[in-house]
Design a protein around this ligand. Structure first.
Ligand code: ADP
Ligand code: ADP
Ligand code: ZN
Length: 214
């Protein structure tokens, strides 16, 4: 099973990917996470990407596609892939087709998380994660059960992304509308797009995705 989770920033792609990993033993391939790791490690890719990410713009197709190629090469053939935040442009969508082919995989579904844009700013400005294990939280919609303690690992250290501010979010939404949404019709023509109401609760969204992938 290979799926793309598609939706604007804050739609819930990372949250749902984590559940798919846990429930179905799939692997999450998040170009955003890979880029943040590269920035942290100050690799050449990270040094190049940082300013672009801070501005909310898109990193080059080549850089993110190389990251995905390397991850696919390192994966077990029978572990399913969840593409989270990739592809984001028509060029990336074409490259992904080639990469899947190269690595002997086929795309089963493109799951579009449909969300109301006004809610996204609230979701993103309230987003934080565990500094130790990366578990995702939200100030009001999804706080840890015990305040200040990670449900998953017990850590008391949390962090927020530098690009999760209102101004950058607006740019990221525009990038999504202008460059990412236009890749949907191509997948629609292949009959593999499934839509899920991303405004439902986290559990309801998970159930809807589970019923699609079976
Ligand atoms: P994405 O990866 O698409 O940018 P995230 O999964 O990081 O989105 O979710 C963005 C924020 O919204 C997080 O703080 C997360 O806890 C919260 N969130 C995710 N799904 C929902 C939902 N269905 N309802 C309310 N809040 C949600
Ligand atoms: P979100 O959770 O808000 O959808 P991501 O974590 O996926 O955001 O991405 C954060 C930033 O990393 C993006 O704003 C962009 O600068 C860069 N990025 C991530 N994935 C891609 C990609 N596939 N193509 C280009 N840039 C990307
Ligand atoms: Zn944790």
């Amino acid at each position: 099973m290979n799926i793309i989770l598609l939706g604007p920033p804050g739609a819930g792609k990372g949250t749902q990917s984590a559940r798919l990993v846990e429930h179905h033993g799939m692997r999450q391939l998040s170009t955003g996470d890979m880029l943040r790791a590269a920035v942290k490690a100050q690799t050449p890719v990270g040094l190049k990407a940082k300013a672009v990410m801070d501005a909310g713009e898109l990193v080059s197709d080549e850089i993110v596609s190389d990251l995905i190629d390397a991850e696919l090469a390192a994966m077990d053939a029978d572990t399913g892939a969840i593409f989270d935040g990739y592809p984001r442009t028509a060029v990336q969508a074409d490259i992904l087709d080639r990469l899947l082919d190269k690595h002997g995989r086929t795309l089963d579904y493109v799951i579009e998380l449909e969300v109301d844009e006004d809610a996204l700013v609230k979701r993103i400005t309230g987003r934080f994660s565990c500094a130790n294990c990366g578990a995702l939280y939200h100030d009001t919609a999804n706080p840890p059960a015990q305040e200040g303690v990670c449900d998953a690992c017990g850590s008391t250290e949390f962090k927020r992304r530098p690009d999760d501010n209102e101004e950058t979010v607006r740019t990221r939404m525009q990038e999504y509308r202008a460059k990412t949404a236009p890749i949907l019709p191509g997948y629609e023509a292949r009959g593999i797009v499934r839509r899920v109401d991303g405004m439902a609760s986290i559990d309801e969204v998970t159930a809807a995705i589970d019923s699609i992938i079976g």
